[in-house]
Design a protein around this ligand. Sequence first.
Ligand code: HEM
Length: 394
Amino acid sequence: MSATITREPQPDSGTSPEIVAVRAWTARGGEFPHAAVLTAYRRWGKALVPGGLLDALADARPRATGGLLALLDVLLDKRDGTYDYRTYLALPLLAPHLGDRDLLTALLVADLMRFELDAAADPAGPLPVLPPDDALVEKRLRHGLRVIRPVLNRLGWVVPVVAPGVRAEARAVWAAADSHLTGDQRLMLRCTVLPVDVVHDEHLFIRVLQTFETAFAALARDLERASTGLTGGSAGDAEDALRHGAALLREVSPLWSAVATMRVEAFRRFRQWTEGASAIQSRHYKLMESLARRPDAARLGSAAYDHVPEVRELVATGLPSVDEAYRAASLPREARVAVAAAMADFAASVDVWRRTHHRLAVRMLGAETGGTGYTGGASYLAAAREIPVFRTVP
Ligand code: HEM
């Protein structure tokens, strides 16, 4: 990458309050000092956290279990050499929440909007570099609200809006989310935004990636249901699951418009620290692809699946796909036509997703720059865009 590194690594200070707090926890236990550590990470950006704090966290790790151990692994990824898409997005900490797609989506998008509102009120707050102007904040809130409104309806959350305008509505949505948060969820939200730099737009980028990841996990469940329905003679269930998946992917699509508001200079600045973390490593995306149709040998043997060996293994050991289940099912003509139409609908929603992603990548990177997953970048995506979601439906 050619972007200039504009910040120097920070000097160590063995006496900074967060180091003292972590060392005290290691010596005596009690409450782990989450707030002090997370505040320090946001002050430096994960890529430039002082070595003294990393040492203190590494010394604390042998005492940690459960969620705290997962957090420390994520915080120490750069030092451990394990930094990737999963640690960048803190996916091990999101994993326990992925099963409830609507709730997690509501929390992530509400937090995305909360951060934009807070930064507008206090531009010197966390991630102060390249703050957005008022018009940009409103644009982001508008896209966030488009995604979250149907989710809130399904959740049955009441959001009393006391004044007109997107800001008032977004504030009301955050207040509603805040009032629903359990202690675990609040901690999860705080621990899952760990930007590598201190650029404002990286918060938006992380939350958008996480919300899409939540959608991929839900789509994988829909495809599993579709395939089980077809195998078990329940074509109606398969049709519903496919329609549900297609609608869900369309419902989150305004997030593309939100992430497209990132300033190219902001993106290029924090991207100098994200080498090695690419969504090509997303298990849920590849699981979704493989549950729809067994990938061809060439795709399965390519970089696309080198990054997700566990999904490749699942395919090799016979992961059932909707495509195969549809072909094997003996269905009455009407049911076959209905399922085929639902498959076409699902495929169309994935197709739009891929095309939008490709267009955004070209805009942010140019046609020639390689990806952080070490592919050719836009050329990789242009080829992947053409892969059929299902074989031609008879
Ligand atoms: C500025 C925005 C983005 C850019 C420039 C970008 C760029 C890229 C590039 C170049 C690749 C190819 C792999 C590599 O070498 O890294 C890729 C793959 C991928 N990206 Fe993005 N991306 C962006 C946003 C997103 C978002 C918001 C998502 C949502 C989760 C996403 C999901 C994916 C997925 C799933 C793949 C793997 C596709 C495959 O293997 O077929 N990307 N991206």
